[in-house]
Design a protein around this ligand. Sequence first.
Ligand code: ZN
Ligand code: ZN
Length: 646
Amino acid sequence: MIEITLPDGAIKKVSEGTTPMEIAKSISEGLARNVIAAKFNDTVVETVTPLSQDGTLTLYTWNNTEGKHAFWHSSSHVLAQALEELYPGIKLTIGPAIENGFYYDVDFGDHTISEKDFPNIEKKALEIARGKHDYKMRSVSKSDALSYYKSQDNQYKVELIENLEDGTITFCDHSSFTDLCRGGHIPNTGIIKAFKILSVAGAYWRGDENNKQLTRVYGISFPKQKELTEYLELLEEAKKRDHRKLGKELELFTFSQKVGQGLPLWLPKGAALRDRLEQFLKKAQKKAGYEMVVTPHIGQKELYVTSGHYAKYGEDSFQPIHTPKDDEEFLLKPMNCPHHCEIYNSSPYSYKDLPKRYAEFGTVYRYEQSGELHGLTRVRGFTQDDAHIFCTSDQLNEEFKNVIDLSLYVLNSLGFENFTAQVSVRDLDKPEKYIGEPENWERAEQAIINAAEEKGLDFVIEPGEAAFYGPKLDFMVKDALGRQWQLGTIQVDYNLPERFDLTYKGSDNELHRPVMIHRAPFGSLERFVAILLEHTGGNFPLWLIPDQAIVLPVSEKHEKYAQKVLNSLENHEIRALIDNRNETVGKKIREAEMKKIPFMLIVGEQEEASETISVRRHGGEDFGAISIRKFSDLVATEINSTLKSF
Ligand SMILES: [Zn+2]
Ligand SMILES: [Zn+2]
């Protein structure tokens, strides 16, 4: 008999050779029907692997990330078989599961495949899936594995096998198909009920552009047709909300090849939007005791050698700037922290002066590979809503709670309701990885965990995820399409105070090191605006949106009254514009809808006579004819409901 421990701590005594699926059955038939993958002692196993020793078993269903991974990994085998049957002679290379679905990199020889081939491949794959073939793992010797693929003239698999150790090589068979594979499959192909080829793209063998270019076939599969339909709808919606597309339509930002890749240019509406975000945060930060500072965009190379950033960014990022003077080198700043450390160092402090909280909208520059650049989410120059707090370790918990409050205020004011937090702490088994005293780490980790608990955050603790210089807390936000983004990091740092020799005089009259906290609730303004665009689809909260209203005169006759309305709106501090074109009101409304302007104010004969405006909300809601004062109250009420004071 062997003892199998389940995640809830329950122990099952079973005979040697019992499989994970049999254990699932012994718990309940319902569970067994849903189990599609298993892990035994931290190793992925098949659901039919006989267990031969004591250990911990975790069973996965489609609802777990691990379950989906096994499902998509297994589906990539089905894709490979379908491709091989449809296009005999092709050479398969690798086909992993990815975050959403899977792909297979294939050498199609002279053949090219395109979108018109997708339905055929899908049909073939589903046909194979319906055969309910079991996935069967078997060990093969290195020489047998090599001769199998040599006989197929597949130099890619041969190369993969040559790098494997004899005795560790396994094949997976299902139906008439065999693939080199480490394992981790669903019980059989019959569970795959929906199958879709999403796209094809070029990919170099082993990611090296000196190698042959292969065709990467992307696919996704589901246990239910309905889930595929929902996924495709989500993809469609994500395309509509792509921040690069919306940024253009809403005239927020642009890029210029002349200025350079990855260097966004903010247009007037976008710049005004940024400014509103900055003012919003500045106001809250002032209440929270921050002081604004300003530092230059460059610094001497030595500054970043001291901070350690040169080691991290120096070689792989923008190269030093030289001056007419020999041996003088400057770097574009990759981080604001070193500058803020030198601000701290500009005067002596006693413990009574702490905490010091320095905030700056600091623009930093990092060289990202051109292939990594993506709209506003990956750029080469961006502005962080940065701040550094210098405090004593006794103040850590309080400061952390204050930063959590500020971060929550930011998320709530911008319509992010769905978020969790992750606390990253040390790996206690690897103390050599971290700098600073273990007692300090212990205190800092406890301070963060206590702060998160006291603030009622929904959080998980991730051992081993801390940076070498300190533990941290990250906010993970789910957007309207259910995608997860990391926003707002709060990071404790023992490293920079040491490197910059930061001190304060304690109550004992001795010099002590302050603790440093880095924090940025937005992260960067560029990335934040991108996420906000995709989350809201461009329908920003009313307090933030560039144009809150548009006045639409029914005809030329009412232009004068329309102008009067516009002036009056300005007096009420409502951002509005006017559409004076000689077009029908219907057309003007349609275009205002496209521009996502929240309120359309229609003025004609009746409105002019009664000194009112007919108010129509973006999306169609009709408020009828009301006075400007009443409209202004309506706007104020909506703004106050989202933008509470801090
Ligand atoms: Zn496999
Ligand atoms: Zn920093």
